[in-house]
Design a protein around this ligand. Structure first.
Ligand code: FO1
Length: 313
């Protein structure tokens, strides 16, 4: 088992597999490139949810039940915010708040998101490379019957209620790859690219919209393995099932495979979806069955090993 792994991660599922890969790979062998399309400005703070989900999961600080934010969280600041009649639709935990303050003042001081993220990772004892997909602002927006909405306003503010007819990533084209992502793709010793079990439309497509990423994947010389975010045709959390239904898609893993198409060589699907394998293979994708539900750190590491085995690493 050798060579460098580049993992593309977004959302809660992506953060868990990123942590699993970090557990099974020596520090120098992993770069995690994270979606920043969920980022937004809130109460004067720059919030980067998917970066924080990856950092917290890799540092073992994440709240597994909630999915996002930190374990053992308290919400005194939110109580006081409400007492001051400020916006309270987006919950900022007392511990989590330190992350947003630390990130915001450094960004305001002109430090690139890559540097701020690397500093945080180091401070949290994370030895692997965690890099934003870009240091340029990319903002996912969804088109609902009320018009274009910033992602968090829809995802959290409206609990994914309004139907989505289109998705765009403001800032693309024109967002450059971060140095860390570009360097990982250019490494002579890169051995595989892993697309984590993230929402393809909301967490992976923003990454693919960054200048040069899609072309780099299409020109890859190493296997690209995607872990399906669906089990039994359903997403564990989040709006993926709803987005698929709104697009008239009910093919489960076949829809995931069709969405990625030639970007991906290999799909890792849940053992319970074995009947999908023949048709996925007919579509040109190799298939590995695995336990894709990650309820513990042990589950994360096991799935990571299965993914690396699928790439024959
Ligand atoms: N998700 C929610 O459903 N409700 C929240 O109040 C909320 C607050 C929040 C604060 C910090 C953070 O890093 C993530 C937070 N999330 C919340 C999750 C966030 O919406 C992410 O974008 C999702 O995890 C999807 O990637």
């Amino acid at each position: 088992m050798s060579g460098h792994i580049l993992a593309l991660s977004g959302g809660v599922g992506g953060a868990k597999l990123a942590a699993g890969l970090a557990d099974v790979l020596a520090p120098g062998r992993l770069t995690v490139a994270v979606n920043t399309g969920d980022d937004f400005e809130h109460l004067g703070l720059t919030i980067c949810p998917d970066i924080d989900s990856v950092l917290y999961a890799m540092a073992g600080l994440n709240d597994r039940q909630r999915g996002w934010g930190m374990a053992d969280e308290t919400w005194h600041m939110m109580e006081r915010l409400r007492a001051l009649d400020e916006e309270d639709w987006f919950n900022l935990g007392d511990r989590d708040l330190a992350t947003h303050i630390a990130r915001t003042w450094r960004l305001r001081a002109g430090q690139p998101l890559s540097d701020v993220t690397a500093r945080m990772a180091r401070a949290l004892g994370i030895e692997q490379a965690v890099v934003p997909m870009s240091d340029d602002a990319v903002r996912t927006q969804v088109l609902t019957p009320d018009g274009w909405s910033d992602f968090q306003r829809w995802f959290v503010g409206e609990q994914c209620g309004p139907a989505v007819s289109d998705i765009r990533f403001a800032g693309t084209p024109g967002a450059a790859m971060s140095a860390g992502l570009s360097a990982a793709l250019d490494r002579k010793d890169i051995a595989a690219i892993v697309i984590c079990p993230s929402n393809p439309f909301l967490s992976v497509d923003p990454l693919l919209a960054v200048d040069g990423v899609r072309d780099a994947l299409l020109a890859r010389r190493v296997p690209c393995i995607a872990v399906s975010p669906l089990i039994g045709g359903k997403a564990l959390k989040g709006p993926l099932s709803k987005l698929l239904a709104e697009r008239g898609l009910s093919g489960g893993n076949l829809d995931i495979a069709a969405h990625y198409g030639p970007l991906v060589d290999h799909l890792v699907i849940d053992r319970g979806d074995a009947e999908d394998a023949p048709r996925l293979r007919e579509g040109g994708h190799a298939v590995t069955l695995a336990e894709t539900l990650m309820k513990s750190a042990g589950d994360q590491a096991r799935l990571a090993r299965d993914v690396l085995a699928a790439a024959a690493l």
